[in-house]
Design a protein around this ligand. Structure first.
Ligand SMILES: Nc1nc2c(ncn2[C@@H]2O[C@H](COP(=O)(O)OP(=O)(O)OP(=O)(O)O)[C@@H](O)[C@H]2O)c(=O)[nH]1
Ligand SMILES: [Mg+2]
Length: 201
């Protein structure tokens, strides 16, 4: 139990001195695919979340179909950090998922090396707009299926076809609640981005 004299919870944590390289990444995806959950799972600092309670005003505006338990939605961004190895820090910016917040992406995408796009196969067609926004802004991305239990599992080839992904675009699966699978998808994205940069040198 905390006393009046106990130190306040530490919110800001400083980057280890060994870090020589930092990379900004977006965690994108349509409404309710698990972006906030993902950033919370992987962040080693207390993540910044900007969630508001979904109200009746959302009905007919936000796509609530298939998300009966969802009570909160991101209205600005999520922010977290992970040091992938002692030298490399990733700054993760989770985008808001609702279509009406797409203009905010302009700021969030600035300086981002790439994006991890989460998809939910139950609403896969909703990913199209997110992929278009990234392509228009020239942000390279990889895609990860957030496998919700109860959702049918599709072979990744079928997901790739449904999303019409380019051949070299990495496609992985994860559970946004489990750090290990999230880390694997992040590593795949970072390797893809670094190879891409190297091949341009
Ligand atoms: N079963 C299951 N539930 C998940 C998973 N990932 C997220 N959820 C739940 O799905 C709901 C939506 O997750 P969020 O992380 O809020 O999704 P989001 O993409 O940030 O949503 P917006 O910010 O509103 O676009 C929450 O109730 C999560 O607890 C998952 O991998 N499996
Ligand atoms: Mg969110």
């Amino acid at each position: 139990m905390g006393s009046a004299l106990s130190r306040p919870e530490r919110v800001v944590d400083y980057v280890p001195e060994t870090v020589t390289r930092s990379v900004k990444l977006l965690v994108a995806g349509n409404f309710g695919v698990g972006k906030t959950t993902f950033v919370s799972s992987v962040s080693e600092i207390k993540p910044l979340r900007t969630e508001e309670t979904i109200t009746e005003a959302s009905i007919g505006v936000d796509d609530m179909a298939g998300l009966p338990g969802k009570t909160q939605t991101t209205v600005a961004m999520d922010f977290g950090r992970i040091t992938l190895n002692p030298q490399l820090a990733l700054y993760l910016f989770g985008t808001p998922g609702q279509q009406r917040f797409v203009p905010l992406w302009e700021e969030l995408a600035r300086g981002a090396l790439g994006a991890l796009v989460l998809v939910d196969t139950r609403r896969i067609e909703k990913a199209d707009e997110v992929l278009s926004v990234l392509e228009e802004r020239g942000v390279p991305y990889s895609v990860a299926v957030n496998q919700f239990e109860g959702a049918k599992q599709y072979p990744l080839d079928e997901v790739r076809d449904a999303l019409d992904l380019a051949e070299g675009t990495p496609l992985t699966t994860l559970d946004a609640r489990h750090r290990g699978t999230c880390l694997q998808s992040l590593i795949t994205l970072v390797e893809f981005l670094f190879h891409r940069l190297e091949s341009r040198l």
